[in-house]
Design a protein around this ligand. Structure first.
Ligand code: G3P
Length: 217
C-alpha cells in the first residue's frame, strides 16, 4: 500500500519524507489556500522533494480550460499528476490527458458509478472521499470495497486512492480491502504510530536498562 500525504504544507511533507513514509502527495485548491503559498512554487518545491506522483488540481470547469491549466501544471515537473473533478468536463479532460500520456487523478468521487467512468477515461487514480461520506451518514469504506471489487472484475489499471481520510482506521480498512493508495493528512499519519502499550513498554524497558548500569556504546 502506498502512502500519499494530503497537504500542501512543504515543511510537513519534508518531515514525513525524512521518515521514509511518503510515496506521493495530493493537494487541492483548499489545501493550497490553507498553505498561503503560490501554487506553482509550492508544487515545484514538493516535486523536487518527493519522487512519486504529486497531484495538482485544475480549477477551470470546462474541458478546454482544464486542458490549458493541465499543460501549465505538467510543465512544472515530470511527476505532476493532474487532478480533475468528477464532472462531465473532468472526465473528458481525463480521457484527453491520459491519451496524451499524462497521469490523471479524478477527484470528488462519491459513488461506484462515478468510479467506473474515471476508469473508462483512463485515470491513473480515482479518489473516493470516505470521510465526507461518513459525515453525511453514509459508509465511506463501503464505497472503497465496491470500487475495489469492480476494478478487480475488469483488471482496470486505475488505482484506488482513498481520500478524505480522517483517522487511522480508515487506513487500516483501506489496506484490508486492498486499496492501492491512502492519501493521509500528516496528523493522521502521526496518529498511526501511537499505542499506549508501546509507550508503557518502552518506559519499562528503559527503566530496567538503567538499573543494569550498562551502555551499548
Ligand atoms: O485531497 C482531497 C481530500 O483528501 C480532502 O479531504 O478532509 O477535506 O474531506 P477532506
Amino acid at each position: 500500500m502506498k502512502f500519499f500525504v494530503d497537504t500542501a504544507d512543504v515543511a510537513e511533507i519534508r518531515a514525513l519524507n525524512d521518515l521514509g513514509l511518503v510515496d506521493g502527495v495530493t493537494t487541492n485548491p483548499s489545501l493550497i489556500a490553507k498553505s498561503g503559498r503560490d501554487m506553482s512554487e509550492a508544487i515545484k518545491e514538493i516535486c523536487d522533494m518527493v519522487k512519486g506522483p504529486v497531484s495538482a488540481e485544475v480549477t477551470a470547469t470546462d474541458a478546454a480550460g482544464m486542458l490549458a491549466e493541465a499543460a501549465k501544471l505538467r510543465a512544472i515537473a515530470d511527476n505532476v499528476t493532474i487532478k480533475v473533478p468528477l464532472t462531465e468536463a473532468g472526465i473528458q479532460a481525463c480521457k484527453a490527458l491520459s491519451d496524451d500520456g499524462a497521469s490523471v487523478n479524478v477527484t470528488l468521487c462519491f459513488s461506484a458509478s462515478q468510479a467506473i467512468l474515471a476508469a473508462k477515461a483512463g485515470a491513473a487514480f480515482i479518489s473516493p472521499f470516505v470521510g465526507r461520506l461518513d459525515d453525511i451518514g453514509q459508509d465511506g469504506m463501503s464505497l472503497i470495497a465496491e470500487i475495489c471489487e469492480i476494478y478487480g472484475n475488469y483488471n482496470f489499471p486505475t488505482e484506488v486512492l482513498v481520500a478524505s481520510v480522517r483517522h487511522p482506521m480508515h487506513v487500516v480498512d483501506a489496506a484490508r480491502m486492498g486499496a492501492h493508495v491512502a492519501t493521509v493528512p500528516p496528523g493522521v499519519l502521526k496518529q498511526m504510530f501511537k499505542h499506549p502499550l508501546t509507550d508503557k513498554g518502552l518506559a519499562a524497558f528503559l527503566a530496567d536498562w538503567e538499573k543494569t548500569g550498562q551502555s551499548i556504546l
